[in-house]
Design a protein around this ligand. Structure first.
Ligand code: FES
Length: 569
């Protein structure tokens, strides 16, 4: 065996017995117990991180995709070896999948680094799995390429086209308002999510898939291919082939994920009117490589990035329409003058070279607008600052009611999710349509670990009267498939004594989208008095053992991506 061989393939990172020859001999012997030949074991090893799980409906087609990846690896001369990682099925986790994103990132990082892998294929898709794998790959420092699940197809209910999960919320709101009955909601439940793949709208999963492609971590044009489309299997095969090229000395994630590509990803997020969650995830991915993502930068880019994509929850289309309309190639092509074109991608070419090759592609302007005639002249997301959110809060203005953009509203406060669920529908709740609903203690350090609870339900009495939007303020997150005038990620959070914890029912809150401000209209002396009387961290959880303790001891606030402090680059 050559010395070179001993640093690659199966000979990478040998088990430490103090005798390299013995370690390699033993490893090869055990590998041969699985039936591998000498010629197979001499190939570069492509490790395939497979996040399929019985608790993850979005990944149920991964066995077929995995076969296609392996086909591509073998055809290109590599040895494909699959290994399982943690999977995070969005709706199957308590209290919320965000709590476990960092655990999956650590699992991915450690297994990619510890096992003899020359290049990794990261198979993810559901909301937290894509950022977790990107975070892990960024930290592992091994060449890696991501392959996403792709979106679900839509279903039908009578004349309505249905796609998880914007339509899940739309029909649930109607059910709460009493305009559809038990039988109808039961029928809709059967028709919302009918194929493999991630949610069918521009929610968090699809936003993160588009961001992964923009960062350069997937093959071009693969983010939006529907999960059940034959092109997805062809993309899987091509991803396997690309991984073999990466194994021969391709760029590592720290060369691909750069300040320039992160800024490109922010531009794309804004042009998509994408998920608010993506800000937290992109901050965490960039943070692994020491790249700061400042919310003031988000506002600067938002002022100069048009909204181009007409998809739910902001517009009317679904991800299958986006794919057919031209997908990410069309969006990146329109944004071209605003992008850093010299960023390198996982194929080794630059973003500019990619776009040169795609410049004559057809685009459906009903779904993807041109930059000259955008849906909105400014980006879909903004950061707000003020005495209620000194370190920032997020508003998805493209999904909000413009009539509420400049408003002073009376606060109706709920001190926790439990308090919210107990009181929101009580007939005697003192709440009016022009109030602001405020939820405290739903941030990263709270018992619920920053769930997607920022989409506070409209109180039943008001919903029945036809109210469908109100200002809502919290330190929680919101599903990428939700919509409304919802101010999220208020930082610092209430559970560690942030100003949000000092709001009382009857206070007034002022929102100004024009000024990018969210303020509590209570004087400083009164706030100081409340602060002195309160047990500032009464709602912060202090688990005594296990992963929950690690999480509570080290999780950072939303403006730092909710990563663990010791994982940042
Ligand atoms: Fe997996 Fe929506 S539940 S992407």
């Amino acid at each position: 065996m050559s010395g070179d061989f001993q640093r690659h393939g199966l000979a990478r990172g040998l088990t430490d017995y103090g005798d390299r020859g013995f370690a390699l001999y033993l490893r090869r012997s055990f590998a041969k117990s699985m039936g591998y030949s000498d010629s197979a074991l001499a190939r570069p090893v492509v490790g395939i991180a497979n996040s399929a799980s019985g608790f993850n409906n979005c990944h149920r087609h991964f066995p077929e995709m995995l076969d296609a990846v392996k086909r591509g690896v073998l055809a290109a001369g590599g040895l494909p070896i699959e290994f399982p990682t943690i999977s995070l099925g969005e709706v199957f986790l308590h209290p919320t999948s965000l709590k476990y994103r960092n655990l999956m990132s650590m699992d991915t990082e450690e297994l990619v680094r510890a096992q003899p892998i020359d290049a990794a294929v990261l198979m993810g898709g559901c909301d937290k799995t894509v950022p977790a794998q990107l975070m892990g790959a960024a930290s592992a420092g091994v060449p890696a390429i991501q392959l996403v699940a792709g979106p679900m197809m839509t279903g039908r209910h009578e004349r309505d086209r249905l796609g998880a999960c914007t339509d899940c919320r739309r029909f649930w709101a109607r059910y709460r308002a009493g305009t559809i009955d038990d039988d109808q909601i039961a029928a809709i439940e059967n028709r919302l999510a009918t194929t493999a793949g991630t949610c069918a709208v521009m929610g968090t999963a699809s936003t993160m898939a588009c961001i992964a492609e923009t960062l350069g971590m997937t093959l071009p044009g693969t983010a939006a291919i529907p999960a059940v489309h034959a092109d997805r299997l062809r993309a899987a095969e091509a991803t396997g082939e690309a991984a073999v090229r990466l194994a021969a000395g391709g760029p590592t994630p720290d060369r691909i994920i750069s300040k320039g590509s992160v800024e490109n990803a922010l531009r794309v997020l804004l042009a998509l009117g994408g998920s608010t969650n993506a800000i937290i995830h992109l901050t965490a991915v960039a943070g692994r490589l020491g790249i700061p993502l400042d919310l003031e930068d988000l506002n600067r880019l938002s002022d100069t990035t048009p909204v181009l994509v007409n998809l739910k929850p902001v517009g009317s289309g679904y991800m299958e329409d986006f794919f057919a309309a031209g997908g990410m190639s069309a969006v990146l092509g329109e944004l071209r003058p605003l992008l850093n074109l010299d960023c390198i991608t996982v194929t080794g070419e630059t973003l500019g070279q990619r776009l040169d090759a795609e410049k004559d592609a057809w685009v459906d302007r009903d779904v993807i607008a041109s930059a000259d005639d955008p849906l909105e002249p400014e980006g879909g997301l903004i950061a707000l600052f003020g005495n209620l959110a000194p370190r920032g809060a997020i508003l998805k203005r493209s999904a909000a009611d413009r009539n509420l953009f400049e408003k002073k509203a009376r606060a109706v406060v709920f001190s926790s999710l439990k308090d919210l669920s107990e009181r929101i529908d009580r007939p005697d709740l003192d709440v009016r349509p022009d109030d602001a609903l405020v939820l405290q203690n739903a941030g990263p350090r709270s018992e619920s670990c920053m769930p997607e609870a920022g989409y506070l339900p409209i109180p039943k009495r008001l919903a029945e009267a036809g109210v469908n939007d109100m200002i809502r303020v919290s330190d929680a997150r919101m599903s990428g498939t939700a919509y409304g005038t919802i101010i999220l990620h208020v930082t610092p959070e209430a559970a560690i004594g942030g100003p949000l914890s000092l709001v009382r029912t009857g206070d007034f809150i002022r929102l100004s989208v024009a000024e990018r401000r969210i303020d509590l209209l209570v004087d400083d002396a009164e706030l100081e008095s409340r602060r002195r009387q309160a047990d500032a961290t009464a709602h912060a959880v202090r688990p005594r053992r296990g992963y929950s303790k690690l999480y509570a001891d080290t999780v950072l606030q939303a403006d730092e991506g909710c990563d663990f402090d010791f994982l940042k680059g």
